[in-house]
Unconditional design. Structure first.
Length: 216
């Protein structure tokens, strides 16, 4: 049973209804009570008089994603909304990697001009989901590096060096954190990233204090 608190009308359920799914079918897919889904749809129909005609037309001529595909899209949109970021295709979490592959497939279809209107309308709720894939990959890599630095420090290591490093791991992380410090000094590091660094690895701006040569 779906126990999430949903504000009526739930956009995911309304989209399913618009695409031709019945109240019962939506309830089955999202594991909610049919009466609860019905309550949301009543409010949605009041807000959008065109919803019911769209539902009836889709029921007769519905093509495109299956009900399960639409439900999958809803799960992914909910995840992105809750986490406040796009998915990482190299995440350690198997479920996140699976969702990232799904979104990558839709991004490729959008680029090819073959994306289903149902997906286009649903994913419109996710800002920049079909934007520059390289930028999305760079963003995911940034978060991965931060997680790696957290682990590195948690192991009792000093701040990693980009010169005179002891391992490739230290070098990689040393170059990364050196770059973050440089960008921060120039005012080029996004405030949200500064906050993430401050929370995850306090003292990152100062870095090593042991073994530094004396200033002259």
């Amino acid at each position: 049973m779906d126990r999430r608190v949903r504000r009526a009308p739930d956009a995911e359920w309304v989209l399913m209804y618009r695409l031709g799914l019945s109240r019962q079918r939506i309830a089955d897919l999202v594991r909610a009570e049919p009466a609860t889904v019905g309550y949301h749809l009543v409010i949605a129909r009041r807000q959008d008089p065109g919803l019911e005609p769209a539902h009836r037309a889709a029921t007769v001529t519905r093509t495109g994603p299956s009900p399960a595909d639409v439900a999958r899209m809803g799960e992914i949109i909910a995840w992105i909304t809750a986490e406040g970021r796009l998915l990482r295709d190299r995440s350690e979490d198997k479920s996140e990697r699976s969702m990232a592959r799904w979104l990558s497939d839709r991004r490729r279809e959008a680029a090819d001009g073959t994306l289903s209107p149902a997906y286009r309308d649903g994913l419109a709720r996710v800002p920049d989901w079909a934007g520059n894939h390289r930028a999305a990959a760079d963003e995911a890599r940034w978060h991965d590096r931060l997680a790696q630095l957290v682990d590195y420090r948690a192991e009792g290591n000093d701040w990693p060096r980009h010169h005179h490093y002891a391992s490739e791991r230290e070098h990689t992380l040393g170059v990364w954190i050196h770059t973050q410090r440089y960008k921060h000094r120039r005012g080029d590091l996004a405030p949200e990233k500064v906050r993430l660094l401050d929370d995850a690895v306090p003292g990152w701006q100062t870095g090593r204090t042991r073994g530094r040569p004396p200033r002259t």
